[in-house]
Design a protein around this ligand. Structure first.
Ligand SMILES: Nc1ncnc2c1ncn2[C@@H]1O[C@H](COP(=O)(O)OP(=O)(O)OP(=O)(O)O)[C@@H](O)[C@H]1O
Ligand SMILES: O=P(O)(O)OC[C@@]1(O)O[C@H](CO)[C@@H](O)[C@@H]1O
Length: 314
C-alpha cells in the first residue's frame, strides 16, 4: 500500500458522543434509552479513526480539554494515531445522539469549552510549521467558543499559504467564512449547501447548480453529500454522482459524513481515480450507518457495499 500524502485531521471542538436508541422520543416525558455508547469523537477524530482502521498513519490536532482527556488519549494510542492536540483548561463537551426506530438521529450538540486568546495564538503559531510534517490537513467540525469565523478563516488562509491541501467540513458561519478561503476540497451536506446558497434545493438540478456556483468560487473539489440519496463530486473532470445501496438496518447516521470524508482522503492518498475514490467513500459512509460508532469494522461488508454503488457521470 502506498501512502502518498502526509495527513493530519483537526478538530477544534471535539466531543464525547453519548449514543443510544429509543423507539420514539416523548418530549417532556421520561424516556428509557435502550442502548449505550460513549465514544471519543468530533468530526476530525472520526475521520482519523476511519483512516487509521484503513491502515494509514496520521496525526490529529485541535483543542482537547485536559480534565477528561483519558479516553481520547487511549483511543489515539490504541489506533496508532499521533496525538498533537493542544490541551486547554476544562472539559471536552458531551454530545447526545438518540436514534429513533422510525426517524433520524436527534443530536443535542453542546457548546463546549471556550478557547482564550492566548491559547488560540499559541495553537495557530504551532500550526505555522505544519508544512514540515503534512501535505493535507482536514479541518472538520464546529468552532469552539472564543474563536470567531473571521479568526478561523485567517487561520485556514495561513495553512493554505504554507502550501497545504486543506479539506474543510464544517457548518454555519464557520463554513461560510471558510469557503471564502478556497479550500482544496469541501464536503457540505445538502442542508449546508442550502445555507450557503441561501435558497431551498429540492431537485438534483438545483443541487448541481448550487454546487457549480460553489465550485466557481475557486474550490477545486466540491463534494455534496445527500444522506441515503448518495453524493455528487464536482471538479475539473466534471460531475460524478454516486448512489449507495439502501441500508436496510440503519443503526446510526452519526459520522456518515465523516466516514465519507475519510474515504475520499484515503482514495486520494492512494492516488486512485475520481471514480474509484468516490465508490470507496460511498462504501465507507454507507457502512457507517449500519454501526453505532465510526470505523471500518468489517472489510468484507465494505467490499460488498462498494460493489453495489452506482456511479453516473452527469
Ligand atoms: N441511509 C443511508 N444509506 C446508505 N448510505 C448512506 C445513508 N445515509 C448516509 N449515507 C452515506 O453517507 C454519506 C454522508 O451522509 P450525510 O449526507 O447524511 O452526511 P452528513 O450530513 O455530513 O453526516 P454527519 O454530519 O452526521 O456525519 C452519504 O453521501 C451516503 O454516501
Ligand atoms: O458540533 P460539530 O463539530 O459540528 O459536530 C460534532 C459532531 O456532531 O460531529 C460528529 C458527527 O459528524 C460527532 O462525533 C460530533 O458529536
Amino acid at each position: 500500500m502506498t501512502q502518498q500524502l502526509r495527513i493530519a485531521t483537526v478538530t477544534l471542538n471535539p466531543a464525547f458522543d453519548l449514543v443510544g436508541r429509543v423507539p420514539r422520543i416523548e418530549l417532556g416525558e421520561v424516556n428509557t434509552v435502550e442502548t449505550l455508547g460513549l465514544y471519543p469523537a468530533g468530526k476530525g477524530i472520526n475521520v482519523a479513526k476511519v483512516l487509521a482502521d484503513l491502515g494509514l498513519c496520521l496525526s490529529v490536532s485541535g483543542f482537547l480539554g485536559q480534565d477528561n482527556q483519558g479516553d481520547f488519549v487511549q483511543t489515539f494510542q490504541q489506533n496508532g494515531i499521533d496525538d498533537q492536540f493542544y490541551r486547554i483548561a476544562g472539559k471536552t463537551r458531551i454530545n447526545v445522539k438518540i436514534t429513533e426506530t422510525a426517524a433520524d438521529v436527534t443530536d443535542l450538540n453542546f457548546l463546549g469549552f471556550e478557547v482564550c486568546t492566548g491559547d488560540w495564538v499559541k495553537f495557530t503559531a504551532l500550526s505555522q510549521r505544519w508544512h514540515e510534517q503534512f501535505d493535507l490537513v482536514a479541518v472538520c467540525g464546529s468552532l469552539p467558543r472564543g474563536v470567531s469565523p473571521n479568526q478561523f478563516a485567517d487561520w485556514l488562509q495561513s495553512l493554505k499559504a504554507q502550501g497545504l491541501k486543506v479539506v474543510l467540513d464544517s457548518s454555519n458561519a464557520a463554513l461560510t467564512a471558510g469557503l471564502k478561503t478556497q479550500p482544496w476540497l469541501v464536503k457540505p451536506n445538502r442542508r449546508e449547501l442550502e445555507v450557503w446558497a441561501n435558497r431551498t434545493l429540492t431537485t438534483m438540478d438545483e443541487i448541481i447548480l448550487a454546487a457549480q456556483q460553489l465550485s466557481a468560487e475557486g474550490i477545486e473539489n466540491v463534494v455534496i453529500s445527500m444522506g441515503e440519496q448518495g453524493s455528487i463530486w464536482l471538479n475539473r473532470e466534471g460531475v460524478l454522482q454516486a448512489q449507495p445501496p439502501r441500508c436496510e438496518n440503519v443503526v446510526s447516521t452519526v459520522g456518515a459524513g465523516d466516514s465519507m470524508v475519510a474515504g475520499l482522503i484515503y482514495g486520494l492518498a492512494q492516488g486512485w481515480s475520481k471514480a474509484d475514490t468516490l465508490r470507496f467513500a460511498s462504501g465507507t459512509s454507507a457502512l457507517a450507518v449500519s454501526q453505532s460508532n465510526v470505523g471500518i469494522s468489517d472489510k468484507q461488508a465494505l467490499a460488498e457495499i462498494m460493489e453495489q454503488v452506482q456511479l453516473t457521470a452527469i
